[in-house]
Design a protein around this ligand. Structure first.
Ligand code: MEV
Length: 313
């Protein structure tokens, strides 16, 4: 008997960093990449198999900060499983690591779901999201909760910290090209640097966060009003604010510039920044040419994704 579950990647479309400080943000699943986890019976202990190799977790390891051990601990506690299961967890992920696409949260999501299923339980999206948030806290310090939410629900979200989750209605799908700088973006470091800058200059940073929050609100109205082709200037404005926060880098700015020169409707960095991915909004039918232009400008890989679908796990 084995159980399998998957979870998609994600990008932040508007409002990263400001969302940590209570402003709204918009995130969408990236359905072209996913983490897939299979859990099956083992003779004894917990074995974890992934592209990084295989290892065994002992009961004592469950108390530690290892991300797989942590999601196991929280999931076992949520389903009130008595004792320590004998299982092999096989992780297969096509989500690039440290690219701002939510690879860690997606693996945690798929592990929680597959393990619960294997042990005869199903967890709803809100419960999975809350479990994954506990793991995100270990690794990201002060996460807003947007990554675990969009990945566990697998649908576009309008997210505000501490508020009930709101799914975004997307009456007219739109096309994005996501491009990877190839530089590992360390979200925890970027978030920590923004916090230090905010502490040193609260007024300036509160104004920047307000700008991003305002952009996210206006973007929501355009998306839900069926006018996604108007989002471009808001993406450019959000990128400018993120640059002022100090979370862009030369490679991200080059790709954003190349996207605009190449005819994108708008472009911005996505996620923690300082590397990782950027995202460009394009007219349907121009995505292949845009992906080519971004590769020529130095992108290490591109993903074309359409916003408007949902992920079936
Ligand atoms: C990371 O995907 C988005 C950030 O806003 C951090 C967070 O929301 O936890 C940079």
């Amino acid at each position: 008997m084995s159980a399998t579950a998957s979870a998609p990647g994600k990008i932040i479309l508007f409002g990263e960093h400001a969302v940590v400080y209570g402003r709204p943000a918009i995130a969408v699943p990236v359905l072209q990449v996913a983490s897939r986890v299979t859990v099956e019976e083992a003779e004894s202990g917990v074995h974890v198999v992934s592209s990084r190799g295989s290892r065994t977790l002992l009961p004592g390891d469950l108390n530690g900060d290892d991300p797989i051990a942590a999601i196991l601990r929280h999931t076992l506690s949520a389903i009130q499983y008595p004792g320590f299961p004998n299982i092999t967890i096989t992780i297969d992920s096509t989500i690039p690591v440290a690219g701002g696409l939510g690879s860690g949260a997606a693996v945690s999501t798929a592990v929680a779901r597959a393990m619960a299923l294997h042990l005869g339980r199903t967890l709803d999206a809100a419960t999975v999201s809350a479990l994954v948030y506990e793991v995100e806290k270990i690794h990201h310090g002060t996460p807003s909760g947007i990554d675990n939410t969009v990945i566990a629900f697998g649908r576009p979200v309008y997210f505000m910290r501490g508020r009930p989750i709101e799914m975004l209605i997307v009456p007219r799908p739109f096309t994005l090209v996501v491009a990877d700088t190839g530089i590992a973006g360390l979200t925890k470091i970027a978030v920590g640097d923004v916090r230090r800058s905010w502490e040193a200059g609260r007024e300036r940073f509160e104004a920047l966060f307000d700008r991003c929050g305002d952009v996210a609100r206006r973007a929501r109205a355009l998306i839900e009003g069926g006018r996604p082709e108007m989002l471009g200037p808001l993406m450019n404005e959000n990128h400018a604010a993120l640059r002022e926060m100090g979370v862009s880098c030369a490679e991200l700015d080059t790709l954003v510039g190349a996207a605009i020169t190449g005819g994108a409707l708008g472009a911005k960095l996505s996620g923690g920044g300082r590397g990782g991915n950027m995202v460009a909004l394009v007219k349907s039918g121009t995505e292949a040419a845009m992906a080519e232009a971004l590769l020529r400008a130095g992108a290490k890989r591109t993903i074309v994704t359409e916003v408007g679908g949902s992920f079936e796990c």
